[in-house]
Design a protein around this ligand. Sequence first.
Ligand SMILES: Cc1cc2nc3c(=O)[nH]c(=O)nc-3n(C[C@H](O)[C@H](O)[C@H](O)COP(=O)(O)O)c2cc1C
Length: 203
Amino acid sequence: MSKQKSLNMALAHSLASSADAGSLVLLHIDASPRGERSHSRKMTREFIEAWKKAYPIDSVTYHDLGRNPIPHVTEAWIAAAFTPEEERSPEMKETLCLSDELVDELFAADIYVMGVPMYNWSVTSGFKAYIDNIVRINRTWAYIPDENPEFPYKPLVHGKKMFVIASRGDGGFAPGERNHQRDFQTPLIKEAFGMLGITDIIK
Ligand SMILES: Cc1cc2nc3c(=O)[nH]c(=O)nc-3n(C[C@H](O)[C@H](O)[C@H](O)COP(=O)(O)O)c2cc1C
């Protein structure tokens, strides 16, 4: 067994033992456009295999954003998302259908396992499209300027644990190291998911 694989399994075991007893719904996302060459894809698979060996999982929902990309948001999507639900036309509802499904999956799952490569110091465009589809006003966050003018975004997703496998070609991203200020992948993931209330993120 490789060093990385045994680390991955040890982490899965320790995380699983700290999770609530009982079985779980797991949301598994791969964002690498690569297939068997992808490190992040391999590691999410190994992580989930290790977890399954130790603890029951009721079901796994899977999206391969690298090989089956989801659409980026459009003007019609934005208009629909910012129209109150009861005022949406059938076309608007249709436009939001995939986004609604992705948001439903976020609520249905207990734990998220996401493989996210670094591309040009940030995430892949496919993963960014996923973020744009799940950061949904009045579904995953609410705008509350009167309550909190400093940060008027109220998270609506609670009690989730997220495990991110962030692959990179280069090194030196730790605080104080040569690439630290170029890491837009970690802060983007933390801020975007944190705004929804997903703050228990292990990377
Ligand atoms: C288009 C592209 C852009 C990349 N940009 C970066 C980068 O900015 N910094 C970095 O450290 N690695 C970068 N890499 C290397 C990938 O992060 C690395 O190959 C990683 O393993 C990809 O994930 P995967 O193995 O799951 O496909 C880039 C790779 C590609 C193809």
